[in-house]
Design a protein around this ligand. Structure first.
Ligand SMILES: CCCCNCc1ccc(S(N)(=O)=O)cc1
Ligand SMILES: [Zn+2]
Length: 265
């Protein structure tokens, strides 16, 4: 809707994250995109996803001034993702969310133009081929990100531990210890139905290194849980004018002839 476009463009105009060159020169595989269901191609070669996350690798949660991230120890292969469209083993390094100022919008991907109030991204890097995230982020098949839509419904018990920690990281650059969190509890019950396509990071450096895996089934969270996301701030404690952390999503990008595959018919 127009208000949503305005909200996204407003943010890209004022938020420091978006100043400077915005498109990757010659970028033809940018994210996010609108997933048009009838144009996605069923691929029977797509395998079931195999997430294997160890809650002990969960370390901290922090406000990076654009979203909040839960970061995992990715110095070993304790929390990994394989299967799906992936040929290699990928290590979980962090997860974060994107959301709107209201429940009418907030997701980055859309399905047949349908917007969701928020979207979860579980970020992994290819540990078969690279030794650091910073290396993998520059490479063609360096990253794998699982996207999960959030919709308003019943309270998500697993999310509540995370929601309860948010007031401690209200301001940009604040950090809090956050341990023993099983990221798998944020995945929907059905992880066999997903769309897969080659894209990019949705924030700078916008590098075209991401194998996107977007879940068909959303997870349900309560209205109140989403409201706590909106209590976060883009701004640090020192800044005079506090700005609510909302509408931290990128506008949709051209498909440029890419095919979106589906794991289900
Ligand atoms: C080189 C340091 C980059 C830090 N930021 C990475 C990053 C940006 C966007 C996404 S997303 N929103 O595409 O999942 C994941 C990870
Ligand atoms: Zn993201």
């Amino acid at each position: 809707c127009l208000k949503m476009q305005k909200a996204a463009e407003h943010n890209m105009n004022i938020h420091p994250m978006w100043q400077g060159p915005l498109a990757v020169p010659g970028g033809d595989r940018q994210s996010p995109i609108d997933i048009i269901q009838r144009k996605s191609v069923f691929d029977s070669e797509l395998k079931p996803l195999v997430p294997d996350y160890d809650p002990d690798t969960c370390q901290q949660m922090w406000n990076n001034g654009y979203s909040f991230l839960v970061e995992y120890d990715d110095t070993t292969d304790k929390s990994t993702l394989k299967g799906g469209p992936l040929q290699d083993k990928f290590r979980l390094c962090q997860f974060h969310f994107h959301w709107g100022e209201c429940n009418d919008w907030g997701s980055e991907h859309t399905v047949d133009r349908r917007l969701f109030p928020a979207e979860l991204h579980l970020v992994h890097w290819n540990s078969d081929k690279y030794s650091l995230f910073e290396e993998a982020v520059m490479e063609d098949n360096g990253l794998a990100v699982i996207g999960v839509f959030l919709k308003v419904g019943k309270r998500h018990e697993g999310l509540q531990k995370l929601v309860d920690a948010l007031p401690a990281i209200r301001h940009k650059e604040s950090i809090v210890e956050f341990t023993r969190f099983d990221a798998a509890c944020l995945l929907p019950s059905n992880i066999d139905d997903y769309w897969a396509y080659h894209g990019s990071l949705t924030t700078p450096p916008l590098t075209e290194s991401v194998s996107w895996i977007v879940m068909k089934q959303p997870i349900e969270v309560s209205h109140d849980q989403l409201a706590v996301f909106r209590s976060l701030l883009f701004t640090s404690a020192e800044e005079e004018v506090q700005k609510s952390m909302v509408n931290n999503f990128r506008v949709q990008q051209p498909l440029r002839g890419r095919t979106v595959r589906s794991s289900f018919s």
